[in-house]
Write a protein that binds this ligand. Sequence first.
Ligand SMILES: Cc1cc2nc3c(=O)[nH]c(=O)nc-3n(C[C@H](O)[C@H](O)[C@H](O)COP(=O)(O)OP(=O)(O)OC[C@H]3O[C@@H](n4cnc5c(N)ncnc54)[C@H](O)[C@@H]3O)c2cc1C
Length: 354
Amino acid sequence: MKVVVVGGGAIGMLQARSFAGEGYDVVIVDKSALGREASWAGGGIISPLYPWRYSEPVTALASRSQALYPDLVAALHQESGIDPEYSGHGLLMLQVEGKDQAIRWAAKNGPWLEEIKAAQLYALEPALGQGHESSLWMPSVGSVRNPRLLNALRALMHEHPAIEVIENDGLARFDERGVTLESGKRVDADSVVFCSGAWTSSLLPNQRIKIEPVKGQMIVFDAPQGFVNRVVLSDGRYVIPRRDGKVVVGSTLEYCGFDKTTNDEARQSLYGSALALYPELKRYPVIHQWAGLRPGSPNGIPSIGPISGYENVYVNAGHFRNGLVLAPASVELLSDLVAKRASKIDPKPYIPSP
Ligand SMILES: Cc1cc2nc3c(=O)[nH]c(=O)nc-3n(C[C@H](O)[C@H](O)[C@H](O)COP(=O)(O)OP(=O)(O)OC[C@H]3O[C@@H](n4cnc5c(N)ncnc54)[C@H](O)[C@@H]3O)c2cc1C
């Protein structure tokens, strides 16, 4: 069995690794270098923001993925020699409306979620600005340094004996027997799998799959180790600590097509959000600003499964704000569907173009 995977973000590379694990021959193709789009730009929080506000299908994938993550990153570290720097230091959520709903959701779905008072909050995050009386606290939530995760995956793609990598050559056409690339190169395969993120709808124009690019801008502070220790979310904005102390701040949500430019307005807005949470961040420089294109889908529910009207053509895309957390379970589900075996998660909610 030979599979061609179109798109090498987190979803595509994990899908390729999973297929290789099934014993398939895999070709992964990307219009640019592997792992340089949304999956690189993201924050790496291994949880939806305000997870109780999402529908069951998102929760099902997130819960399964969260269970898979620690072993997955350990395996990737071992296989590639690159540590994706997974940290399970928890998520604090400030100024949340609907706390009761959050607590009921957690009781039903499993993760530990509680309301903590100021003393515990400031013990967890001493540099947080004064005046917070309480917080919601999810101690089991982790984060990953996604550029390192992608470097690990990319190294693995290039080293794996069953995986062929074609970079900087985008898809021009596809059919049930393979793909033709922009260079004219033909790749024959038994199955074609689209993991092309925000570009997926444009590559599948006759399908009713609705995925549109949604820009997110981020900044990063060069702060010292231990200044921020956990992911902190307030008013839709978040700070994420990296192991070396850097503090990533996100993000904007902009519907402006395939435009990845950054601007001062977003930089100032993110800077303001960061200082509102951690006033002393003003002592540290912002060393980088960037943007990525989320694969925006209705209600954030990805399309995972066979594409109608074709034999052996599949999609795994549309993970919107949660592609890093949802990736392991989404990939596991599609691998089960391609292998035509029972899946751990009910595939119905994710069927493309129902
Ligand atoms: C600012 C920001 C913050 C985020 N924070 C988080 C977070 O904290 N946690 C979380 O879980 N998620 C987060 N996300 C969302 C997450 O990054 C995405 O949902 C996820 O990366 C999507 O992965 P993907 O592999 O589908 O897409 P991508 O990583 O975009 O990969 C798609 C690939 O397809 C390729 N491609 C496109 N067209 C073609 C073609 N014609 N031929 C061949 N290849 C093609 C592209 O080059 C690209 O490499 C964030 C996103 C952004 C932008």
